[in-house]
Every structure is written in structure tokens, then in C-alpha cells.
Design a protein around this ligand. Sequence first.
Ligand SMILES: Cc1cc2nc3c(=O)[nH]c(=O)nc-3n(C[C@H](O)[C@H](O)[C@H](O)COP(=O)(O)O)c2cc1C
Length: 349
Amino acid sequence: METALTRLTGVRHPLVQTGMGWVSGPRLVSATANAGALGILASATMTTDRLREAIREVKSRTEAPFGVNLRADAADAGDRVRVLVEEGVRVASFALAPSPGLIAELKEAGVVVVPTVGARRHAEKVAAWGADAVIVQGAEGGGHTGAVATTVLLPQVVDAVRIPVVAAGGFFDGRGLVAALAYGAAGVAMGTRFLLTSDSTVPDAVKARYLAATVTDVTLTTAVDGLPHRMLRTDLVAALEGSGRTRALLHAVRHASAFRKLSGLTWRQLIHDGLATKHAKNLTWPQLLLAANTPMLLKSAMVDGRTDAGVMAAGQVAGVIEDLPSCAELVDRIMKEAEEVRERFRSAR
Ligand SMILES: Cc1cc2nc3c(=O)[nH]c(=O)nc-3n(C[C@H](O)[C@H](O)[C@H](O)COP(=O)(O)O)c2cc1C
């Protein structure tokens, strides 16, 4: 199925596997790429050296195009962009709006720039700065998310910008893909659905928690890091929601220190990134300290398999997903179903 997204990025199908911290590693990304969709490597939780290694690992497993997700406000964003350019990565994805300078540097090197946005005005801003496409994530999406549902946000953004728009938040099947195309999107991006594949390295016990979840087991909370964050409701989430501020802050400082060691950041860089986040998201100091918690809490679940001690970011779709196909099976199934839906429309005329 050819769309503006497939033409722009060179993939076969208008499907994106998004950058998820500790989840979207070389194995998932290369399996997605080999299935003909656009896999995006999550890099915020990697050192710059590890990022280069991970990119090379993906390249050793696939010839197909793929992308890398970056934190636009990271102190070393420039170094990371250079790694992408040197390694010939096709697509740069951003969690926050990249600066016009970064966009220009990437585009000059032939890298396609696709920021993720959660509001129409952010889409308009990055489009004006030269982004090639946007992923627009509605409220039902996993991880940090906005307040407006995909069904409202998507047509609003499609009408506001002239670049291709990729829909995210709540997609898991072929019907969703056709619905997004009907709204004017150029494809769909999915996080939770790709996390729940046999190619994802997330431990089995954690996948089992997602599969068992109903839609009402997926909650939106600010208790973990001060920002609206969608995840599975667990005892830990309930405890954080109920715990006093001082205890939460002490946890946050401990986790920030552990994350600094893992990410290879100096305290100076960590503080720089923290200040950038504080400024971008309008956080108070206590909220900022809580935000330092997130990478370590996510790692506890996604890498260490601790369903009790970790945070399991999840979209509402976790409540309707019931199996663990391979990426190839998933992509094939979605594209077949999308074709069937389109055929049904044609024969109903
Ligand atoms: C476990 C998990 C981790 C995530 N980590 C990140 C991240 O590190 N950076 C980011 O930009 N988005 C992150 N997200 C958001 C996803 O990239 C994606 O936008 C979202 O999952 C789409 O909604 P869906 O889950 O309904 O498909 C994460 C989502 C999940 C489920």
C-alpha cells in the first residue's frame, strides 16, 4: 500500500513501530524493518557509543530503512545527530520539537525528520521549521500523552499542516489503519502493539501482565514523574499515588543517580537535560526530580522483568491485545485486514 509515508521513508507498508525506551532495541527494530514497516530505535536510554553499536547491529540484520528516536533537548543531541548522519540512518524521530538548526542539519544530510506531537500548534510549529512529516499521538496512546483523543486530534492536525501526518495512539489492527487513512493520515504508528510481539525482548512475565490487562487496567497518572503518563495500573502506581512527597523525592534522587551511570551522562549533562525538560514542560523542581525516576522505573519492568517494582507504560490498546505474533505476522495480518476492509467498501458501492 503506497502512501506519502512509504514514499518518504522507503518502507513497503504505511506502519511505524515507535521508539519505546528499553523496548525498541536492535532486535525489534530489525524484525520490523524486515517485515516492511518502519522500525524506530529508542536512544534516550543509551550512551552515544551504545547508540552507534545498536545502529550497526540493526544494519547487520536488515538492509531495509529504519529510524532512531532522539531527545531533542538532550545536551548531546548534536553528537547523536552526527552518529545518525555518519551511519546513514534514514529517519530521525523526536519526542520533543527539534530546533530548526537540528532539522536543517539532518535534512541537509538526507535524513527524514519526523517529530512526534500531541497538539495541533506543535504540529504547525515543526512543519514551519521544515519537518518532513509528523507523528500525532492522541490521548489513548502509551507513555507520556496528551489530553485530546486521536479521533479529534488527528483530523485537526491533518487540516492544519501540509506535510504527511502519521496517526498514533490506539492503533493495533487493519481497521484502525483504514480509519486513519480515512481521516487523511499517511499511516499509523504503534507502540504497545509492537511491544507485544514475539520479537520484542520484553520479559515474558511482563508481556503476560499486558495480555491479561483489560482496558480499565490502563490508567493515566502524574504520580510517577509529574507528567500525564499512561501505564498499567499496578500496586506500585497505587503506592506512588498514595505516598508522601518527601518519600517520592528521595526515590527520585536515588533513581536519577542510577540513570546517570547507565546513560553515561555526566552530572552536568543530566542537570542540563533536566533544566531543558523543566523549561519545556513548565515543571516545578519537585516535578523535575520525579521525572528523573521514569527511565529507571521503566527499565525495572522492560529489562529486569520486575512487574512489582517497575512501570509498564501502555496504551489503552493493551486491553484489547491478546496475542504475541512475530513482527512479520503482525504486519502481514494488519495489511491483509486493511485490504479486506477496503474491498468491503468497494463491494458495498
Ligand atoms: C513501554 C513504552 C515506552 C515508551 N517510551 C517512549 C520513549 O522513550 N520516547 C517516546 O517518544 N515515546 C515513548 N513511548 C510512546 C510510544 O513511542 C508511542 O508514541 C505510543 O506507544 C503510541 O501509542 P500506542 O501504545 O497506543 O500505540 C513509549 C510507549 C510505551 C508503551
